[in-house]
Write a protein that binds this ligand. Structure first.
Ligand code: NAD
Length: 523
């Protein structure tokens, strides 16, 4: 349910294919945020005492709602982002549905209190347990490119772990944000547990200032730095899912036909507006010409159009400003020797935000295209002499989100994967691990920190508490007061008993060490 905030201005949802206004959505006043936080805290206090199995059944109800409304949800995603229907179903809907199924099934085991096995004889009389406790209120600040899959993949584990959530969707996708709020309401979640605050950057900033207990942010590097600063000032922990510049390494033994199809899909899916994607390709000399030709030929076949047309394979970019940015990167690359094999042009005949799928070769790392995130339908291909050069170039980036390696030899692929600076590496596939709920997602370097999805994403939503029960409650501890020379000696014997390199030495110290335990001189 959208936040019951005092409403002032509205946000427009635009169809990027046409520029048409799809709808207007009430935006949340900054002054309403403290009220949202108070409400979330009140509801969360009860939610956290709801047994986890019961919380999981809410997730199952949520999944059923999403499934029931999947057509309508896909339509909203298609209209508001411009992506083709197949992508809305495979990426946004599938990932969301499967995330709900996954956590509904496995969260109880993942969050079960754990017995701690103490290795040291010094603390054998203690029974320790680790408990996982929710943070309280989690602020999810989202991007627009997967307006269902990304926030839902973060909200679902936050909620099942016992938190309340305030979602601030991207101001470019307020329709999807509103639908997310409705889904939780219709699935029967306690009112106020999930609130949607609609607005732009100013609202995101104010949401952090209002004092949530953790922030899960998805967006650009520039905004991520502001979010990190703001969180640091308040000592609020945050997860940052930022941009990527994913490299694809194609070794000479790869299946060129399959690898070129993967490159084209990885580079152009969601019109290249995917954090996990194929932005840079390093292909070994022996197959470079064949691979490049196939990529260009396949790019030429792709049908541009509106996402609502079932034949469409590549939709529009989200806004015309994004088209300007891609053109600027390509201009810079061409001025430095890059050669466009296909594409490279705006398509105003189709709409204000269309750009042709583009394949460019003869690129090098002096170009913006190879250093900055492009976030558009551009495949930049560079020929390399051998795998070491490919690894060095792949790692020559501020980003470290994901990468892929193409080879007939899985062992060689794994060895190379170990050398890549990336949060994830796929061998013989690209990007699809985002749809594997067991796979942790997150970056290194400029791609951010922390993880979403998998058990690691769930553990981001909890605080670890250690609880210790002493099995000998009537026994004062050896290290308590009553310090004197004898206790100092006994303590040293105790260290010898535990850590002396020779066993003989250890046994000789045993009696002296025991004096720490049997002391008559305690206070
Ligand atoms: P963006 O940084 O412009 O905006 C992201 C969100 O931050 C929006 O909701 C925006 O309103 C909010 N925001 C803006 N200023 C803020 C501030 N000062 N404080 C708090 N919130 C603020 O990013 P975008 O254009 O929406 O998304 C595209 C970027 O997101 C790309 O760089 C892409 O790679 C990245 N992304 C990363 C992942 C990932 O999982 N790593 C996933 C999707 C997108």
């Amino acid at each position: 349910m959208p936040a019951p905030a005092v409403l002032s201005t509205s946000l427009s949802s635009l169809d990027p294919a046409t520029g048409e206004v799809l709808g207007r959505f009430d935006s949340t006043r900054l002054s309403a945020l403290p009220g949202l936080l108070t409400r979330a805290r009140r509801v969360q206090a009860e939610w956290t005492s709801t047994p986890i199995r019961a919380r999981c059944s809410f997730l199952s109800a949520l999944r059923n709602q999403i499934y029931r409304r999947r057509d309508e949800l896909a339509d909203a995603v298609i209209r508001e982002t411009g992506k083709p229907r197949v992508e809305a179903l495979f990426a946004d809907l599938f990932v969301t549905l499967d995330s709900a199924s996954y956590y509904a099934t496995f969260a109880p085991a993942m969050l079960k209190p754990e017995r701690v096995q103490h290795h040291s004889v010094a603390v054998k009389a203690k029974a320790g347990r680790v408990l996982y406790e929710p943070y309280g209120v989690i602020a999810v600040i989202g991007a627009w490119n997967y307006p269902l899959a990304i926030p839902m993949g973060q909200m679902i584990p936050a909620l099942v772990a016992g938190n309340a959530v305030i979602l601030k969707p991207s101001e470019l996708t307020p329709w999807c944000g509103t639908l997310i709020g409705e889904l939780y309401e219709q699935a029967g979640f306690p009112p106020g547990l999930v609130q949607v605050a609609q607005g732009g950057g100013e609202l995101g900033e104010a949401l952090i200032a209002a004092g949530p207990d953790k922030v899960i942010f998805t967006g650009s590097v520039a905004t991520g730095k502001l979010v990190a600063e703001s969180c640091a000032r308040r000592l609020v922990p945050c997860v940052l899912e930022l941009g990527g510049k994913d490299a694809m390494i194609v070794l000479a033994d790869a299946d060129v036909e399959v690898a070129s199809s993967a490159a084209v899909w990885g580079g152009f899916t969601n019109c290249g507006q995917a954090c996990l994607s194929v932005e840079r390709i390093y292909v070994e000399q022996a197959i470079a010409a064949d691979f490049t030709e196939r990529c260009a030929a396949k790019a030429r076949l792709l049908k541009l159009g509106r996402g609502s047309d079932p034949q469409t394979e590549v939709g529009p970019l989200i806004r015309a400003s994004q088209v300007d940015r891609i053109e600027a990167q390509l201009r810079d690359a061409v001025s430095r020797g890059g050669r466009i094999l296909t594409g490279g042009r705006r398509r105003p005949d189709l709409g204000p935000c269309f750009f042709e799928p583009t394949v460019i070769v003869d690129v090098d790392h002096s170009m913006q295209l190879m250093q900055e995130e492009t976030f558009g339908p551009v495949l930049a291909i560079r020929t390399v002499a051998h795998e070491d050069e490919a690894v060095a170039l792949a790692n020559d980036s501020a980003f470290g989100l994901a990468a892929s390696i193409w080879t007939a030899d899985a062992r060689r692929g794994r060895q190379l994967a170990a050398r890549l600076r990336a949060g994830a590496v796929m061998i013989n596939d690209v990007a699809s691990y985002f749809g594997i709920p067991e796979a942790p997602h997150g970056g290194r370097g400029a791609s951010g920190w922390g993880r979403t999805h998998s058990k690691f994403g769930l553990l981001e939503m909890v605080q670890v508490k250690y609880v210790d029960v002493d099995r000998l409650p009537g026994w004062p501890k050896p290290w308590w007061y009553g310090y004197n020379h004898q206790l100092g000696e006994a303590a040293d014997r105790f260290l010898q008993f535990l850590f002396a390199p020779q066993w003989r030495h250890r046994w000789r110290s045993a009696r002296g060490a025991l004096k720490t335990v049997f002391r008559g001189d305690r206070i």
